[in-house]
Design a protein around this ligand. Structure first.
Ligand SMILES: Nc1ncnc2c1ncn2[C@@H]1O[C@H](COP(=O)(O)OP(=O)(O)OP(=O)(O)O)[C@@H](O)[C@H]1O
Ligand SMILES: [Mg+2]
Length: 311
């Protein structure tokens, strides 16, 4: 719009000039000199407007240039901050992982009796050390995965994996925790069905482990039912519990980073609200689906995970 204004001014001056020249010839003045002076004045006006126009354009261009430069600098700064952040997360977590592995290793060796017989009191202490280092290790691994997902550096090692085996292993690992709460994990599946899919074994294991772990963590009384089916080549895992349940407006929010329900935070201080965020991202990368259903607070919940069967 603005660029058209000088053009209009040119046309206007030209029109006025032509009209005045015509007027000079028609009217009694009929002076060649008047006409000459007027034409010169018009030319001068043209030149001045052109120069002004050029100056305005070059000012606009240089402003745009410096804006682009500013944006480029900002982007470079952001990239640098991102790079430093990633570097920090990697360094910090790797530096924590090694001493943690040592603590965990010595705790298990002590528990296994490598350093002599332990009284039951000391055994409890080493069990707590071992459990806490496990929790810390999985938290560190979760942070590393969040950082990888956000920087777009998450790598998947896709292979043919058996979901049934992963569920069996996870259930076995979580049975002691469930037993402590007097809960039983009930696992059912159709024997004739196949549960093979194409996926990253370690990451799918982490997701399934977390779903069952959540069911145990967020259920005080009642039951936990884990069910596997395969309908029309879609493997479906349902992890249902009779626990805390989830309010309707929180159902989709749980898959956001660091999101926990109020009741869950009160029931268990230890959660970080990362597990389901990772699950959603990883399952999306596997072209699968994950969601949750609940009839409301106090009415239990069912987490559903679907993946395509691989032949
Ligand atoms: N079975 C469940 N019943 C009720 N609420 C649940 C259940 N599973 C998950 N939630 C809610 O979803 C939140 C997010 O779960 P998520 O697994 O992402 O994190 P977390 O369990 O808090 O910690 P972590 O990242 O260590 O797994 C939980 O804090 C809890 O509020
Ligand atoms: Mg969890």
């Amino acid at each position: 719009m603005e660029k058209n204004i000088p053009k209009l001014v040119f046309i206007l001056i030209a029109a006025i000039g032509v009209a005045l020249n015509a007027l000079i010839y028609i009217t009694s003045i009929r002076s060649f000199y008047y006409s000459l002076v007027l034409t010169m004045a018009m030319l001068l006006a043209f030149i001045i407007i052109r120069l002004l126009n050029k100056a305005a354009i070059s000012k606009a261009v240089s402003e745009k240039d410096s804006e682009i430069l500013r944006l480029k600098e900002k982007a470079a700064e952001k990239n640098e901050v991102e790079r430093l952040k990633e570097e920090f997360v990697f360094l910090a977590t790797h530096q924590i992982r090694s001493p943690l592995a040592a603590i965990k290793g010595y705790a298990s060796m002590s528990l296994e009796g490598d350093y002599g017989h332990l009284s039951s009191g000391i055994k409890d202490v080493f069990e707590t050390i071992s459990e806490s280092s496990d929790n810390l290790l999985s938290l560190i691994n979760e942070f590393l995965d969040v950082s990888r997902i956000e920087s777009g550096h998450m790598k998947y090692q896709m292979e043919k994996i058996d979901i049934k085996k992963i569920v069996v292993d996870s259930t076995r690992e979580l049975t002691p925790k469930a037993k402590k709460k007097k809960l039983k994990i009930d696992f059912s599946y159709e024997k004739s069905d196949s549960y093979y899919t194409n996926g990253d074994a370690q990451k799918i294991k982490m997701i399934i482990h977390n779903l069952i772990d959540n069911a145990v963590t967020y259920t005080k009384l009642g039951w936990i039912k884990v069910k596997l089916t395969n309908k029309k080549n879609i493997i479906r895992l349902e992890v249902a519990d009779s626990g805390l349940g989830i309010a309707q407006d929180e159902l989709t929010l749980l898959f956001n980073k660091f999101t926990r329900t109020k009741t869950a935070s009160e029931a268990s201080v230890n959660g970080s609200g990362i597990g389901l965020y990772l699950a959603k991202n990883i399952i999306d990368a596997h072209e699968g689906e994950i969601w949750v259903e609940s009839k409301g607070l106090g009415k239990g919940s069912t987490f559903i995970l679907e993946l395509k069967e691989s032949k």
